[in-house]
Design a protein around this ligand. Structure first.
Ligand code: PAF
Length: 280
């Protein structure tokens, strides 16, 4: 534990100079990209990064291009001072917190559009522009920070698959590492958006993970029937179901023999959209 506030870089030159200094000393650098509003799940990402590198940079940038106009970009929780305290406690060495104009200067006209796992009818079905925004900002963070490794949570499992695909396709020299989902004691996956849940919704929310586990346990029989039953159970628990799907864990296409499977869900409780997934 340390109480030292991490150095904050606001510009591309500042973060590049810091990382270049470490690299000149032969140190390995990890990046943990975030949109801030840090919670224990992010702390786990930093700890995972620490196991793979000598220095950890955490980026904090609420990326406007991954939000649709109808989504919560303006309302998205911004807790920068608290985030710095969290990162001091976990001894991250640097924070990269660029301005929107740094990431998207006037005239910027390039978007990284991924197909494959970004177009399989999960998150992309209801958020068609989301992954282009994610891939574009992560590609920029990778080229600006130039880390050796980057750590992303498995909670956003489709995002992780998209970033792996993008990194491979653009020959970016970054090792992408997935970190397991951290859960509350009652099973709810930690998320910055959980703060939106009313007390009543928060009480209902753990049912999502419980039903995922029930479906996973029933897959040995008739998988389609188990998934159908899971969909009905999610609706009966008071959620507005977006999808519950069994997919191949690598490209998120249809499940196929010889490839591990993943069960993925998205559902709304009131105004809050929750996602989760488990290995099966
Ligand atoms: O998972 C997130 O917080 C964001 O999608 C990311 C990867 C930081 C890109 O903005």
């Amino acid at each position: 534990m340390s109480d030292e506030t991490p150095a904050v870089a606001r510009t591309i030159d500042e973060i590049r100079a810091r990382v270049a200094g470490w690299r000149a000393e032969g140190l390995k650098v990890a990046l943990v990209p975030t949109m801030g509003a840090l919670h224990a799940g992010h702390v786990l990402l930093v700890e995972t990064a620490r196991r793979h590198a000598d220095r950890v940079v955490v980026s904090i940038f609420v990326n406007p291009t991954q939000f649709a106009p109808t989504e919560d970009f303006t309302a998205y929780p911004r807790t920068f001072e608290a985030d710095l305290r969290t990162l001091a406690a976990v001894a991250a060495e640097a924070v990269y917190a660029p301005a929107v104009a740094t990431m998207y200067p006037p005239g910027a006209a390039t978007t990284v559009k991924v197909e494959g796992p970004a177009a399989v009818g999960l998150e992309d079905a209801s958020r068609p522009f989301h992954f282009a925004g994610v891939a574009t900002i992560v590609a920029k963070l990778f080229t600006q920070v130039a880390p050796d490794v980057a750590v992303f949570g498995e909670k956003d499992f489709q995002q992780l698959a998209v970033i792996r695909r993008m990194t491979a396709d653009l020959d970016l020299a970054v090792e992408v590492i997935g970190s397991p989902t951290l859960r509350e004691a009652d099973g709810l996956a930690m998320s910055s958006r959980n703060v939106y849940l009313s007390p009543d919704e928060r009480a209902k929310a753990p049912a999502l993970h419980r039903i995922l586990q029930e479906v996973a346990a029933a897959l040995g029989g008739d998988p389609a029937a188990a998934v159908a039953k899971g969909r009905a159970a999610i609706a009966a628990a008071g959620f507005d179901l977006d999808y519950l799907e069994l997919r191949a864990a690598d490209d998120l296409g249809e499940p196929r023999p010889g490839v591990p499977w993943r069960l993925l869900v998205a559902a709304r409780l009131g105004q809050t959209r929750l996602i989760d997934n488990i290995a099966v």
